[in-house]
Design a protein around this ligand. Structure first.
Ligand SMILES: [Zn+2]
Length: 233
């Protein structure tokens, strides 16, 4: 980079500061999205190395998934929460793609079954949130994973229904059916017999992932694994 470009870049940062997505500090010239300190200190789970990790166990008895893994642990008021906030509410979609690429590289180098998936599918966002936000943050994470893992991704094969009936006045079984109806498949034959990597930004109770996986499993024969950016401890 020549001197003029460096000076121009620094001047630009004066007006449009290039801030770390995880801690908010100014980034030095040439450093993209996340500062070195955050890259070192954000707590990685290494769940991909352990098929019976605590996140996978969270789904045992609920949905038959092969394995679940998350790149980071979520800590309240911590760097990972800040990063997710920038991704979801500040339009910094490039950080979702960047984390996807990083995690994708890690998964690709491992023997994990996650690396054997046939297709990556982000959990579709509720239409009201999509309308308000203008994008689904999980799409960018999926795209980054896809680039590193060389596995295709699709944001059209699993869709979120626009209308869901009110839950009031329904019994438990009816409510369960209703939850299953939140998600629908378009061209289900394209997912039939495949190993699907369902991805989301963060998992807390796992209810959304469970509903999405159940909707898929109720319609086709397939295997499902789950990957997220962060998981609540
Ligand atoms: Zn930082």
């Amino acid at each position: 980079m020549n001197l003029l470009r460096i000076v121009t870049n620094d001047l630009l940062h004066l007006f449009y500061p290039n801030l770390c997505c995880a801690c908010g500090d100014s980034l030095p010239t040439g450093v993209k999205l996340i500062c070195i300190s955050c890259m070192v200190h954000m707590p990685q789970t290494n769940f991909h190395l352990d098929p019976a990790n605590s996140m996978t166990k969270k789904f045992w008895g609920r949905i038959p998934i092969l394995q679940a893994a998350s790149y980071y642990y979520f800590q309240k008021n911590g760097r990972v929460q800040h990063l997710l906030h920038e991704l979801k509410y500040k339009g910094r979609t490039e950080v979702g793609e960047f984390i996807g690429q990083l995690y994708g590289d890690t998964l690709k180098e491992s023997d994990s079954i996650l690396n054997k998936a046939d297709i990556i599918v982000p959990i579709p966002l509720h239409y009201k949130k999509l309308r308000k936000r203008g994008y689904n943050q999980s799409d960018f994470f999926a795209k980054g994973l896809s680039q590193s893992m060389e596995i295709p991704w699709s944001d059209t094969l699993v869709q979120r229904q626009i209308h869901t009936n009110t839950q009031t006045g329904k019994n438990r079984i009816e409510r369960w059916d209703n939850v299953n109806e939140i998600f629908d498949l378009k061209n289900p034959q394209e997912l039939e017999g495949k190993h699907i990597l369902l991805v989301d930004d963060v998992v807390t109770t796992g209810a959304t992932i469970e509903a999405c996986a159940n909707a898929i499993l109720s319609k086709i024969e397939c295997a499902i694994s789950v990957v997220t950016i962060a998981t609540a401890i």
